[in-house]
Design a protein around this ligand. Structure first.
Ligand SMILES: C[S@@+](CC[C@H](N)C(=O)[O-])C[C@H]1O[C@@H](n2cnc3c(N)ncnc32)[C@H](O)[C@@H]1O
Length: 231
């Protein structure tokens, strides 16, 4: 390891983002049993540089989609079950959510899903080559509604630049949020990034209506869907 930072390191401090809440790892019995029984089959160990297609040796996937923040896995498991020819990699920091995702995936007989239990920032910056990902799904990223928390929002210009670097040319990002001020910020940040085209789209019929989304709708939150293409 170098003893002294290079000029480049001094001039460009590393962008760092803590976009998630630390909620603890308490889980239900069913979630911990699912992790004990099936984790080996879903887990992607974070070592070296990952080759997305090689994570699925028994299939020849049409494409590999990374989902950022799969939460309790309701949308993840249903989308994977409905699209068996596409491979999905769910990235989530919250372990109980991963237990819930595995239960759902097992119940639906999903075989085209892998899981990474880590911060997406680490995964993208340290374990994936540039232009290696076909698509990202980012559904209901934490809105961090208070003004002083806005800096923790995942979808901000620096992170959007990282997404652009990792996407293949012609790749895409699907986003949904039920927090209108965040939707406005997302629209502005993508519009000012020359690597992307696209914007607001009607709700895609392939995105399942989850309990999380339904709760927001009950509170009269407006849901905005986006699709952006990497030039
Ligand atoms: C509001 S939840 C939405 C979950 C799910 N997509 C849904 O629609 O129900 C946001 C999720 O993103 C995860 N998350 C936030 N930042 C993350 C990061 N940097 N890396 C991985 N997961 C992250 C959180 O742990 C949380 O489960």
């Amino acid at each position: 390891m170098a003893l002294f930072a290079t000029m480049e390191q001094v001039q460009r401090p590393e962008f760092r983002l803590r976009s998630f809440r630390l909620r603890g790892d308490r889980m239900t019995k069913a979630q911990s049993e699912a992790l004990v029984q099936h984790w080996n089959r879903f887990e992607v160990p974070l070592q070296g540089v990952l080759k997305p297609r090689e994570l699925f040796p028994s299939m020849n996937p049409k494409e590999v989609v990374f989902e950022i923040g799969s939460g309790m896995g309701e949308a993840t498991s249903q989308i994977a079950a409905s699209n068996p020819e596409t491979a999905y990699v769910a990235v989530e920091v919250h372990k109980p959510g991963l237990g819930a995702l595995i239960i759902r995936a097992e119940n639906l007989g999903v075989r085209n899903l892998k899981i990474i239990n880590a911060d997406i920032y680490e995964v993208l910056t340290k374990h994936l080559s540039d232009h290696s990902i076909d698509a990202f799904h980012i559904f209901f990223p934490d809105p961090w509604p208070k003004r002083k928390q806005h800096k923790r929002r995942l979808l901000q210009p620096n992170f959007i630049e990282i997404l652009a670097t990792k996407l293949k040319h012609g790749g895409r990002i699907n986003i949904a949020t039920d927090w209108y001020p965040y939707a406005q910020e997302i629209e502005k940040s993508f519009a000012s990034n020359p690597d992307f085209t696209g914007g607001v789209i009607p709700r895609p019929d392939w995105r399942p209506l989850t309990k999380f989304e339904s709760k927001g709708i009950t509170k009269e939150h407006v849901v905005t869907d986006f699709e952006f293409q990497r030039r």
